[in-house]
Design a protein around this ligand. Structure first.
Ligand SMILES: [Cu+2]
Length: 175
């Protein structure tokens, strides 16, 4: 069973590889473009955690080169967390709206209010991880300053708050 899974994964990678080379050979120009993109790849380790007074996204680096960036994320906390990546912007009014919506029991979709929210190849614009879960999120980033954030709204007793305001955000500079 295990061996079968490994073989399937290997088969999948080979298939993707074949598709990329086929596209690259269509014309000289697109070939160069794809080659450049393929070599620009960076990894960022992200650890999500909450302590008594601090909720954090800890990054192992705060600068990466533009291109494909793979976030390897671990949720070391006790709550479910999400990773969203978007160009740095003021989202304070959005956070207020979300908290207000949660208090009144409305399920609010917030992602479309964020300008330039980055999605992966499958169109996913967030990576959600349960406690003790790990996962990765591969996206393409152009130069700029980005914010990594968890915008989950939590209701604990009388308190309603966003993970963001507790500190679950970090800045990544893409050069
Ligand atoms: Cu969170």
């Amino acid at each position: 069973m295990k061996l079968r899974n490994i073989l399937l994964v290997a088969g999948g990678s080979l298939f993707i590889g074949a598709v990329i080379s086929a596209c690259g050979s269509v014309s000289g120009e697109s070939h160069t473009h794809i080659e450049e993109g393929a070599h620009q790849e960076a990894n960022v380790q992200v650890v999500m955690e909450e302590t008594w007074d601090e909720w954090t996204f800890a990054l192992d680096r705060t600068e990466v080169a533009a291109g494909e960036v793979i976030f390897e994320v671990t949720n070391d906390g006790k709550f479910t967390h999400e990773l969203m990546v978007y160009p740095s912007q003021d989202i304070s009014s959005l956070l207020e709206e979300m908290v207000e919506a949660a208090r009144t029991g409305i399920e609010a979709e917030h992602t479309e209010e964020i300008e330039g929210l980055v999605a992966d190849a499958e169109g996913e614009d967030e990576l959600v991880l349960a406690p003790d879960e790990s996962g990765s999120f591969a996206i393409r980033l152009t130069p700029g300053t980005y914010e990594l954030a968890c915008l989950i709204v939590e209701m604990v007793g009388e308190e309603t708050f966003t993970h963001y305001e507790k500190g679950m955000r970090a800045t990544l500079v893409v050069q």
